[in-house]
Write a protein that binds this ligand. Structure first.
Ligand code: AHG
Ligand code: MN
Ligand code: MN
Length: 335
């Protein structure tokens, strides 16, 4: 079924029956995400032109000042999902509270909730470096016919039915899983279609790249400090290579292809790290595991953590299996 050069649309239709809920609904949901991704891609690609176009008076034509790209991406994804009447609720990094879609889904018949980080790595926009979008999909746990509640969003990551990311890089890619491996699609901007370019993506079991904001070294727990020193030691395949883009999606994407590990540990400055469990860590952890990788908070599996808050943060260590296992060893040892 994994024919190279298949379009994403063909792939979704072809794989619909193998999906455990075998539902056309999930396919429509993906279609909305695919559409929003293309719209955001278009905007990201002309980000550098904003001032130039703006000076010609085009930006303020409706009396609106140019929005920040993460607000724009947030609105596009939410609008698309609402317009297509396909989900019952949305949670986003950019919204304090979850959104219950009752304007259009009046009888609360939709079954899925979506959680998104509409623009990940947003500090990279001004400097023309890759950014991304992350999404996570669950079936609601409260009964159909009633409004969604917080409970529908606070599910463990191991309950995800699908997750994915878009990386707006040198080319734009959409990478996702429905629990049956990971596939990557590259956008042909001239045609406006995503094509299957990376079937069955997998992390190499071992890697030689480590990605961490080492400027925070002094604040890291002892186990992480020891691991970083281990990466830098001259032995066998070490010292490892250090690569940190500062955009989780891009760092993860590179590490999955080349073999590596991403770390955002807790520190003496923030006791739970920085990354958000629900719309950053869980979807990336699901993809990692589906790609033969591993994701941990240093001690336990990310996907087994019971969330208690929408915007909860968690230490995140994710990548090639043996590398993540090594960090867990160091954490245990230093305890
Ligand atoms: P966001 O742009 O959605 O707020 O996420 C940024 C995240 C993540 O993508 C990245 O890896 C990390 O923040 C970088 O943080 P530091 O600048 O603290 O290293
Ligand atoms: Mn983010
Ligand atoms: Mn973001």
């Amino acid at each position: 079924m994994h024919k190279k050069n298949q379009t994403l649309g063909e792939f979704i239709i072809g794989n619909q029956t193998s999906f455990k809920y075998s539902s056309g609904e999930l396919s429509s949901l993906f279609n909305s995400i695919r559409l929003a991704a293309k719209v955001v891609n278009h905007e990201v690609n002309k980000a550098g032109l904003v001032d130039i176009i703006g000076s010609a008076g085009e930006v303020n034509i409706q009396g609106e000042s140019q929005q920040k790209l993460d607000v724009y991406a947030n609105e596009k994804f939410i609008q698309t999902l609402i317009n297509r009447n396909i989900v019952c609720g949305i949670a986003s990094e950019e919204e304090d509270d979850f959104i219950s879609i009752n304007s259009i889904d009046e009888n609360h018949q939709n079954k899925y909730v979506v959680l998104i980080d509409p623009l990940d790595g947003s500090s990279n926009i001004d400097v023309n470096v890759s950014v991304g979008t992350i999404f996570s999909i669950y079936r609601r746990v409260t009964p159909v016919g009633t409004p969604v509640t917080l409970e529908d969003f606070l599910q463990k990551g191991n309950q995800q039915v699908a997750a994915g990311y878009v990386v707006y890089g040198t080319s734009t890619m959409l990478v996702y899983t429905t629990g049956d491996g990971v596939n990557g699609f590259t956008l042909n901007p001239a045609i406006g279609s995503f094509y299957l370019s990376h079937p069955n993506m997998e992390f190499p079991e071992n890697g030689t790249i480590y990605s961490v904001n080492e400027g925070n070294y002094i604040h890291f727990p002892q186990g992480i400090k020891n691991y970083i020193k281990y990466c830098q030691r001259e032995e066998e395949d070490r010292p490892y290579t250090s690569r940190y883009i500062g955009s989780l999606v891009s760092d993860f994407h590179r590490n999955m292809i080349k073999g590596g590990i991403y770390l955002y540990p807790k520190s003496s400055l923030n006791s739970n790290g920085k990354l958000r469990l629900l719309y950053e860590c869980n979807p990336m952890a699901f993809i990692a595991e589906q790609a033969n990788g591993k994701a941990s908070d240093g001690f336990i599996r990310i996907l087994d953590i019971q969330p208690t808050e929408l915007h909860q943060r968690v230490p995140f260590i994710c990548g090639s299996k043996n590398m993540v296992a090594k960090v867990e060893e160091f954490m245990k040892e230093a305890q």
